[in-house]
Design a protein around this ligand. Sequence first.
Ligand SMILES: Nc1nc2c(ncn2[C@@H]2O[C@H](COP(=O)(O)OP(=O)(O)O)[C@@H](O)[C@H]2O)c(=O)[nH]1
Ligand SMILES: [Mg+2]
Length: 325
Amino acid sequence: MKKMKLIIQIPCLNEEKTLPTTLSDLPKKIDGIDEIEVLIIDDGSTDKTVEVARQHGANHILKFTNNKGLAEAFNAGVDACLKLGADIIVNTDGDNQYRGEDIEKLIRPIVNGEADYVIGDRQVNGIPHFSLIKKKLQILGSWVVKHVSGTDIPDATSGFRALNREAALRLNVISKFSYTLETIIQAGKKNLALTHVPIRTNEKLRDSRLFRSIPSYVKRSILTIFRIYTMYEPLKTFSLIGGGIFGVGALVSLRFLYFYLMGNGGGHIQSLILSAVLMMIGFQVIMIGLVADLIGGTRQLIEDTLFRVKKIELSQELNGNNKKK
Ligand SMILES: Nc1nc2c(ncn2[C@@H]2O[C@H](COP(=O)(O)OP(=O)(O)O)[C@@H](O)[C@H]2O)c(=O)[nH]1
Ligand SMILES: [Mg+2]
């Protein structure tokens, strides 16, 4: 049977204080897994994250010269894991928020061949150190993501996730802020086998760096969801917006028609102009949707090509590595 290799990746921004605990908590052995390695992605930390990671047994370190953001770190990590021959990739946080022992539970659906992508569900409602507003926002956000992606993931912003090679090769993160929402929507739209398992969280060791202020967090999340949804459902999105504008225009024109038939059309030329303008704009927006839909078709082909190119690249790279050995 083929050997199974698990790589645990941890994106880090200045985590020298909490990284030792996080690393020592990671499992050394899991049933059904032959090798476990750890990859640290250091996103331009200005503290001793890299030294600490080395001292505490990280097998691989990917170091960015400057801060590029969590989404890019996640991407680069997944890419590196694939090149290192990972069959399963687990992402966890450097602040010891998640529990190493839950990794076994998290990867089980993948090991059993039942899922491509597994999200750890923190059961946000029960976390004592989350404020009420943070809980409500997480739940509302997850609800939106559920509907937009057509999946049933209860905790969309969880950073505790596992993916197999198929998912790792298929998902292409493009947003800058965070990979969490985007990869769920993509996985849903690309029909990957997505599932979730309940996990526990540890007490908070420091404040969240991603959830700095509520308005900025909400704004960025809404933008990400809208953008990724539109990317995969351009015609629906634009038709809805265009249809709405056109509909308002049509109602205004009905109003004009009513006055016109009552013999009082002359006094309502403004309504006529407004309705014509609205209907034209609405129609144009729908047409833009058609164009976006055509571009979306091209994107699908490009993504498929990318998938195949990555596979070829990886098979060459892995063969090369084996020969060197
Ligand atoms: N690569 C990268 N990682 C980050 C950045 N900000 C936070 N992180 C990491 O992302 C993970 C989650 O961040 P955290 O501040 O705990 O946010 P939380 O998920 O809301 O608790 C941690 O491992 C951080 O080190 C960043 O700008 N770049
Ligand atoms: Mg955290």
